[in-house]
Write a protein that binds this ligand. Structure first.
Ligand SMILES: [Zn+2]
Length: 116
């Protein structure tokens, strides 16, 4: 069965038949958004998946630092360079912010996700 995926991180539309052991079966690009139009079709699925995972894992990392953070407290946006900028409804303490930024740099690389 084919699943159509409208990621919440961009306007691309993607399809796949299944995901088995983290392997996407028969990925297809139905529509590329303006942020991803310059990438070839065979790369877009991975790029969009990785951005979506980065957005989700960033919340998970934040919750390791401060378990009180709820999904509704989590604000995020990607800029034109596809850097993820995040903040929280109730700002986290400066110490936690430094700690979270360090974890995100380790996981995703420098300047990929910025805690505002
Ligand atoms: Zn896109």
């Amino acid at each position: 069965m084919t699943t159509r995926w409208h990621p919440d991180t961009c306007e691309c539309v993607l399809e796949y038949d299944n995901i088995i052991n983290d392997q996407v079966i028969n990925p297809k690009v139905i529509k590329k958004c303006s942020a991803h139009t310059s990438h070839s079709n065979d790369k877009v699925f991975d790029i969009v998946s990785n951005e979506n995972r980065r957005k989700n894992f960033t919340l998970w990392e934040a919750q390791q630092i401060d378990p009180a953070i709820k999904i509704d407290d989590y604000h995020w946006r990607f800029d034109n360079e596809r850097v993820l900028h995040i903040d929280f409804k109730n700002p986290i303490t400066p110490t936690r912010k430094i700690s979270l930024q360090g974890r995100l740099n380790t996981r995703f690389g420098m300047n990929k996700t910025i805690v505002e």
